[in-house]
Design a binder for this molecule. Structure first.
Ligand SMILES: *Cc1c(COP(=O)(O)O)cnc(C)c1O
Length: 429
């Protein structure tokens, strides 16, 4: 079972009230959320200045948008993107590339770059995201997993309160000196558990650093960027990684991922990303880098839109009697919003409503399918400009109880609001 005892689904549901009026439910939810929106505006302002100042400090200029070919020696666009992300995330170095095929690919390159046969990684946030399990070799039978290369995996689960179990993590590190990577996943992914805030990470990281300075702390930062004023790299994470078709690409970057952190670790990863001995000296892109720069520039703003959408969806769906996690007024550290239904039919209706509200392929009717890398069938709404971009309005849910839709994204708040209205209308009895 994916959800934890402390978060019994039944506790999260109020009495079903089926004869609601969708428009007034939304108006009420929006009114209640006004003060939450103000908090999000402050975070957006802080992060926007952080990003603009990084552009100014790095001296980004029109020449950095130009395409290159072949090996891409001294490709200025590539080099500046790395510098810019380092400046924003306050790291020594970064790899930012359109050639990462997905978030999972980015994380795969990072982990294979850092770990060697005989090493172990320890996940401090329990079982990692579905697709990463195949990479590690703890689910499915994918050839070439970390396990195939003799790299082990340990995990400590979150406590009943949904927090990192710091004493258990420290104990596990104490007992096994082959652990070289301490891994955390910031966002809940497809689980009903709290996401891990940056201040919670800070507490763990300072303890780990004090006793085990040579362990590389790695954070899967997917969905988390710019939801708080600080990133995990500002509180001691040695490497953070994420997808450019999520938060930091703002729906404009057409593909890619980033890896940012301490130089010695980024160098190791760079040897795996291209070739040992070559690292980030090469890599061309025969398309314009412009959308990557525009994406990171807009990211704090787009993330705020997505967060506002998640807050509204949470408030409105709860008022209509559905289970929601987190609640509309909770502090957030990622853009995902879980909505919990009683049946597969309700989950399906919700996901279809999101598709119907989307700008692209609104007439497509989603069905559950066997998605590569996922153990259960997954139904997803992805009426996005960039294929599968989940910083754009999207919703997906594995077909397994508790029937939960994970919705996220929305480049404009108004689009999320429309989706919530369609969903409430279609779900009304
Ligand atoms: C999206 C995501 C990934 C994987 O990214 P893909 O682009 O889907 O491969 C990994 N971890 C988390 C927490 C994610 O949200």
């Amino acid at each position: 079972m994916m959800y934890r005892d402390h978060l019994k689904i039944s506790d999260m549901k109020s009495e079903k009230m089926r004869n609601y009026d969708a428009a007034s439910v939304i108006a009420d939810a929006e009114r209640d959320a006004a003060y939450v929106f103000e908090k999000l505006d402050k975070i957006c302002e802080f992060n926007s200045y952080k990003v603009i100042n990084a552009f100014r400090e790095c001296g980004v200029s029109e020449r950095h948008f130009s395409s290159t070919t072949g090996y891409g020696y001294s490709d200025q666009g590539r080099e500046m993107l790395a510098k810019l992300f380092s400046c924003i995330f306050k790291t020594e170095d970064a790899i930012v590339s359109p050639h990462f095929a997905s978030g999972t690919h980015t994380l795969t390159v990072g982990l294979f770059g850092l770990l060697r046969p005989g090493d172990k990684m320890l996940s401090a946030t329990g079982l990692p995201y579905d697709t990463i399990r195949s990479v590690i070799g703890i689910e499915g039978d994918a050839d070439g997993s970390l396990k195939d290369y003799g790299i082990g995996f340990l995990r400590t689960d979150l406590t009943d309160a949904g927090k990192i179990d710091i004493p258990r993590v420290m104990d596990a590190l104490e007992k096994d000196d082959t652990v070289k990577v301490l891994y955390l996943q910031r966002s809940r992914g497809y689980e009903i558990r709290p996401s891990i805030s940056v201040s919670e990470m800070e507490e763990l990281f300072s303890e780990v650093k004090a006793s085990f300075p040579d362990i590389c702390i790695v954070v899967d930062n997917c969905y988390g960027e710019f939801t708080e004023e600080r990133e995990p790299s500002e509180v001691g994470a040695d490497i953070i990684m994420g997808s450019l078709i999520k938060n930091p690409g703002a729906g404009l970057a057409p593909s890619g991922g980033y890896i940012a952190g301490r130089k010695k670790y980024v160098d190791r990863i760079a040897g795996r990303f291209t070739s040992p001995g070559i690292g980030t000296e090469i890599g061309s892109y025969n398309g314009s880098y412009l959308p990557f720069y525009q994406g990171i520039y807009l990211a704090p703003h787009i993330v705020r839109e997505a967060l506002k959408g998640a807050v509204l969806a949470s408030g409105a769906m709860e008022k209509a009697g559905f289970g929601v996690f987190p609640k509309y007024d909770a502090d957030r550290t990622d853009i995902t919003q879980a909505i919990i239904f009683d049946t597969e039919e309700e989950l399906t209706a919700f996901v279809r409503a999101v598709q119907k509200a989307s700008p692209i392929d609104s007439s497509v009717v989603p069905y559950a399918w066997d998605m590569p890398g996922y153990a259960d069938k997954v139904i997803m709404a992805a009426g996005t400009f960039i294929q599968g971009a989940s910083i754009e309005l999207s919703a997906d849910g594995p077909i397994r109880p508790p029937y939960t839709a994970y919705m996220q994204g929305g480049m404009i708040y108004e689009n999320v609001k429309l989706a919530v209205r369609f969903a409430l209308e279609d779900l009304a009895g």
